[in-house]
Design a protein around this ligand. Structure first.
Ligand code: SIN
Length: 494
């Protein structure tokens, strides 16, 4: 595997064999002549090159996954599948530092966040190791005499898994773990910006003992090849996390063979601070859910609505915290804010700021990309934000916190819901009646009240409106990978 970067990734790992550049097809690591570059965002240099899979690779992987999946489900109990997942979880946690190192290098997030994401990713596997044994059917009193009616849950079959670069580990495991728990096989197209983490996780899955063919990984930059996942009749389910535009396109393609589809798409999360809130807690929440992963999460606070009487105080406290962030390469221990993923991401933040300034916004801190290599943008707070600004409609996906002011609860809810997206929403208040009222009125799939942290294996993850459909994690996640079959048994009178 060629690595032309200044960074020798293997020398940073305890187990250098975890840094893999091959595809994983039909139980074999497959090296390809065709490769694509993966970048290290803080220096914009090439970190390594990865196999660029073709249409034929996807077809082979899908065919093989179909056979392997049937065999796996027929030959394993739920307890066996749970034990395999538990072993995979343990191997990931044993190798947490190496996985975090690879993840931080290819994604840019800080080592602290990368360690956290690795544990978060592993927690989905531990969760679904247990959920595997809880895939219940029901018995139903039949209206027909001498008849019993029951349901069982069966795996849907081959699942096409398409994931984004912002969570190179957790978005893989949040989909793959329930699929394997249910008895499905998976063909993964990892993000082309961050394929190495997925390949390392796959190596550990093989070590855990998952049979050949069950997990296939096809990195590619060829959109046509990846489209095979959405059109091949052998694929029975598509699970996608990414932009609303791509999600809609995949849903249309998948409709051709009526595949099941789960879509976790874009957000435009409101973050409301009422005058009765604990302002320090609200600032803490905003720091987490705005600046985690340098503002590149779907559940990021995108619009901060602060009640007029506390707007100045909140903004001052926020600016103080934001000023203390240390920008730098994610792998440096002192860094608390890493680079963005690429130049296009930097450009988008700049455009949102320019638009806000042209419409009367004021930079309180940040506002610029520093003059240095890499895809950095200074964490920024803008005051005087207004609904006509691009940032009120479009997810910045970067470290920009625009502060809007509002007068009444009614106005805050109207502004918060004035978007086609509905993934997450946050608010801070110490009034219990208001907490219930606002939580119910926000048109989102996930609410954080007095907290910016809403993500956990046990918490249902997913949105409403144009943020997609389907729930991940939680007691609902496994069902997304199963079909309910009813069995009616008649003739029970003799
Ligand atoms: C995402 O941004 O899509 C995932 C965020 C999370 O799991 O917390």
């Amino acid at each position: 595997m060629a690595s032309t970067s200044k960074i020798d990734v293997q020398s940073k790992l305890k187990d250098s064999s975890l840094f893999i550049a091959d595809a994983f097809i039909s139980g074999e690591w497959v090296s390809k002549d065709a490769k694509f570059d993966v970048y290290e965002a803080s220096s914009a240099s090439v970190l390594g090159q990865v196999a660029n899979c073709s249409l034929e690779d996807f077809q082979t992987a899908i065919q093989d996954a179909s056979q392997a999946g049937d065999k796996y489900f027929a030959s394993t109990t739920a307890a066996v599948r749970g034990a395999l997942l538990r072993k995979w979880y343990e191997l990931i946690m044993t190798n947490q530092e190496d996985i975090a190192t690879i993840l931080s290098l290819e994604n840019g997030k800080t080592m602290g966040e990368a360690r956290g994401e690795t544990a978060y990713a592993a927690s989905f596997i531990a969760w679904f190791a247990e959920e595997a044994t809880r895939s219940y059917g029901v018995t139903i009193p039949s209206s027909m005499p001498h008849t019993t009616l029951m349901t069982i849950r069966e795996p849907v079959g081959v699942c096409g898994i398409i994931t984004p670069w912002n969570f190179p580990a957790a978005m893989i495991t949040r989909k793959v773990a329930p699929a394997l728990a249910a008895g499905c096989s998976v063909v993964i197209k990892p993000p082309s910006e961050t394929p190495f983490t997925c390949l390392a996780l796959t190596k550990l899955a093989v070590e855990a003992g998952f049979p050949p063919g069950l997990i296939q990984v096809c990195p590619t930059k060829d959109r046509q090849a990846a489209t095979e996942l959405a059109t091949n009749p052998l694929v029975k389910k598509i699970s996608f996390t990414g932009s609303t535009g791509v999600g809609k396109m995949l849903a249309k393609l998948a409709a051709g063979t009526l595949k099941k589809v789960s879509l976790e798409l874009g957000g435009n999360a409101p973050f409301i601070v009422f005058a009765d809130a604990d302002l320090d807690a609200a600032v803490e929440g905003a720091m987490f859910c705005k600046f985690r992963c340098s503002g590149q999460t779907c559940v990021c606070a995108n619009r901060l609505y602060v009640q007029k009487s506390v707007a100045k105080e909140f903004t001052a406290k926020l600016v103080q915290k934001v000023s203390a962030l240390q920008m730098g390469p994610g792998y440096e221990p002192s860094t608390t804010q890493g680079p963005l993923v690429n130049e296009a991401a930097v450009k988008k933040v700049r455009e949102h700021i320019e638009d806000a300034l042209a419409k009367g916004g004021k930079i309180e801190v940040g506002g610029k990309a520093p003059e240095q290599p890499g895809y950095f943008f200074a964490p920024t707070v803008i005051s005087g934000a207004t609904p006509d600004m691009i940032v009120s409609r479009d997810e910045t996906f970067g470290p920009l916190a625009p502060v809007f002011e509002f007068d009444t609860e009614e106005e805050a809810i109207r502004l918060a819901n004035d978007t086609e997206f509905g993934l997450a929403g946050y608010f801070f208040s110490r009034d219990y009646a208001r907490i219930m009222r606002v939580a119910q009125r926000l048109q989102v799939g996930m609410v954080g009240a007095n907290t910016g942290k809403i993500s956990a294996a046990e918490a249902p993850f997913g949105g409403v409106k144009e943020s997609g459909y389907g729930k991940e994690g939680s007691c609902y996640g496994l069902a997304e990978y199963t079909n309910v079959k009813s069995i009616t048994i008649g003739g029970l009178d003799s």
